[in-house]
Design a protein. Structure first.
Length: 174
């Protein structure tokens, strides 16, 4: 049984809170990082309510257990999808909380969110982009790291089957 519609959301590529979004994020702020991870890892889209909740409750992440936050960030940044993760951090304002030094570095050089997204897209499509102050170096380093993580063999890194492969047959049986 699927009382919350999670199977259908997964098939549709949607990330949402099972419970009321503000309540859920206030109960466990680490859920914000998990939402980013699901969206980045699987290419899912967060609901409007969840995106608004991330922006509104981002500062609450400082109240969460540092060990849990660190573990979730480690999982995020070592999964081979740090490019998408950084975009989602930037647009959700979580970057200001999670990576304050990098946030300040980027804000001084790229004052608008649109500029950052443009630079990210340009940096990841061409390595010859010259950006003031080392921004391209920062993002090229992320890209290189993602490439290394993705190139590891299955013995070094557990690779999951894409959700699109295993979920539809499972959902069809329901």
């Amino acid at each position: 049984l699927d009382f919350t519609g999670g199977v259908y959301d997964t098939i549709a590529g949607i990330v949402r809170c099972v419970d009321d979004t503000p309540k859920s994020l206030l109960e466990d702020p680490v859920r914000m990082l998990r939402a980013i991870r699901l969206a980045a890892r699987h290419g899912f889209t967060m609901t409007k309510e969840l995106r608004a909740g991330l922006r509104a409750y981002a500062p609450m992440l400082t109240n969460a257990s540092s060990m849990r936050v660190t573990q979730e960030i480690r999982t995020l940044m070592h999964g081979g999808y740090s490019e998408t993760t950084m975009k989602l951090f930037w647009h959700s304002t979580l970057m200001k909380v999670v990576f304050p030094t990098q946030y300040e570095f980027l804000v001084k050089r790229l004052p608008t969110a649109k500029t950052l997204t443009y630079e990210l897209d340009s940096t990841f499509t061409t390595s010859k982009r010259d950006v003031d102050g080392g921004v391209s170096l920062f993002f090229n380093a992320l890209k290189a790291y993602d490439d290394v993580v993705k190139s590891r063999g299955t013995a070094e890194r557990h690779r999951e089957r894409p959700v699109a492969e295993w979920l539809p047959p499972l959902a069809a049986a329901i």
